[in-house]
Design a protein around this ligand. Sequence first.
Ligand SMILES: [Zn+2]
Length: 321
Amino acid sequence: MRVWTRGRSAAVVALLLVQVSFAGPPQHKRIRTGSEADINSIGNRKVGHGPNFYSLDREITLGSQLARKVDRSAKFIDDPLVNEYVNRIGQNLVRDSDARLPFTFKVIDSEEVDAFALPGGFLYVNRGLILLADEEAELAGVLAHEIAHVCARHGTRNSTRSEITRVATMSLIFLGPGGWAGYAIFTGLKVGVPLTFLKFSRSAESEADYLGLQYMYKAGYDPNAFITFFERIASETSPGKFATMFSSHPPTRNRISAIQMEIATILPARDRYIVTTSEFDVIKSRLLRGEQDKRADWDNSRPKLRTRTEPDANDTAKPDR
Ligand SMILES: [Zn+2]
């Protein structure tokens, strides 16, 4: 397998120059040991602490119940090479994260650009998102962001918050009131997962950006790839192509600036970063081929229609019977 790396990119240098001229050099404030800014303590930090009614075990049980719903309804990519690859990239990132539970990764056969993580470490990525990525580092950035939501326990903390405010019991989340209004209905998936586990506040999204960027950096990837992918998503205009992941919190200028600031202040420049691998290209072409084969199957399965040809002169001469 070939691995492409690149040195510190011109974009970062340009950013540093901009900061020098407008705001002075990046602030290398003293980083508190064990804080979320301390990348040397990844894996030993108190990420995800805060009021939470769910123990880790209970979160895993809840996540596996929700995952079963998704698994029953979603159509998955069955190419073992694709699955093995995405799982390997994901597990590498998990090893360089604050995760305290095991993760599973699955690829949904949908052209929508989306990825989501359920509480308890059940992560899903759509074919459409992998195909939109240009480099392995871009895919790794999205996976790292989703891993960060799980590490920070955003789903169960969200749910705890809403339970506190509603003084509700667990069963109320699933059974009422409001029926399906509070559920995410994935396009192509006839499954309801309570939104409380999937839609996060702006501050939770920022935290997932912040932590996810550290995880991809620690795994050796170029963190700038997260920005390039964000910008590509922002420039995509096809309606309905983007789902859960970007609908409530689109990749805004503010998010991008916060990421640039993080790279400049707490992620020391490395000589080389992983940008992409030959394997990533192979996986993409297999996904693309699968897509084309499906389209061809669809075309072949449709009834063959031929436009009625104009009758020739001899035919018209014949009388109708
Ligand atoms: Zn997110």
